[in-house]
Design a binder for this molecule. Sequence first.
Ligand SMILES: [Zn+2]
Length: 68
Amino acid sequence: MVFFCFLVDQRRKIRRSKPVAGSCSRCGRGASVADMRTATRFCCIPFYWKSWKAIMCTFCGAILKSYR
Ligand SMILES: [Zn+2]
């Protein structure tokens, strides 16, 4: 079953984001609330999408908080 892992990958995409109060714990810059979309692909063919919201840093990409 090990080879199976190489065929599946996930792509994370930010659909839109807007600045929110607070700062990043890693770089100290402003945080943003973002609409995220994760696509899971099998052999380069997307078969599952998940939309979620997260408070993240747009500078270093750190996820500060995520909502389901
Ligand atoms: Zn940051």
